[in-house]
Design a protein around this ligand. Sequence first.
Ligand code: SF4
Length: 329
Amino acid sequence: MKKEALYYDNLESGKVKCRLCPHNCTIGEGKFGICKARTAQGSKLYTTIYGEVSAIAMDPIEKKPLYHFFPGSSILSIGTVGCSFKCQFCQNYHISQNLNYPTDFYSPEEIAELALNKGSIGVAYTYSEPLIWYEYVYDASIETRKRGLKNVFVTNGYINQEPLSELLKYADAFNIDLKSFNKDFYRKVIGGKLEPVLETIEEVSRHPEIDLEVTTLVIPGYNDSDKEMDEITDFLASLNKDIPYHLSAYYPAYKFKAPPTPVETLERLKEIAERKLNYVYLGNVAGHTNTYCTECGALLIERHGYYTRIVDLKGDRCGNCGAKIPIIV
Ligand code: SF4
């Protein structure tokens, strides 16, 4: 559905300037922004994907991945089409780079009601990039909150600060992709800038009531050096060493033919990350997904694939030594 967009300016030239994400596209009449989901018509900017859902499912929260947010629960997950990035290794390119992918319309109220009726802890905006779906995820988040449920964003973090701070009022958890710490990689392979992503991570980290987790898809030969892992974990640790950090294995997709990430690479990077961060997990491979108490070493949460078992957690404390664990339950 087409709906007037938020966050845009009219320019003297007759064009409009979108202020939602750091691309800050200047868009002429009848043209689209880089995300291809916002168009200018008659001096107004419109989103063309309001309520358009390309994928919907009840997922384990661990699939987002979120490991420190209601472990073992299920969440209604929805996605749309389009993206502000053009990652050449996109694992979901069939919806992120194809605006013609079939969608069904769900109003914000319908999505929130569905989440309630399915016994979901809330709604996860995921699969494709939720931040370019801003007007819809904002409205749906309000409806979800009204029903006492949670809002989860799985995102590339590419958003300007003003819309972000509005959205944070309704957000309960974020998993933000930090695809690299290399500006050239962001510019050439992803089609964006690194700094705004870091700013988003920094801003979300200032909200202790929001679970912030960060994911890096590790691509052999591109972002798997010891140096880069040091830089990423220095940055995250400078914000909070309790930020859960997920290192995910890449598989060849879209325009990338590099071989899948070897497990040994992930294990090496995990070892480096653990010098500075308390909770580092591997994804898309077997093992390295349990949560342990950083005080006494007790096994708190056991995970096998998407099977999750709470072993020794009492609320947000270690059942063995009573230490507070940075986890929202
Ligand atoms: S949201 Fe889309 S139209 Fe707006 S600035 Fe970003 S890429 Fe451009």
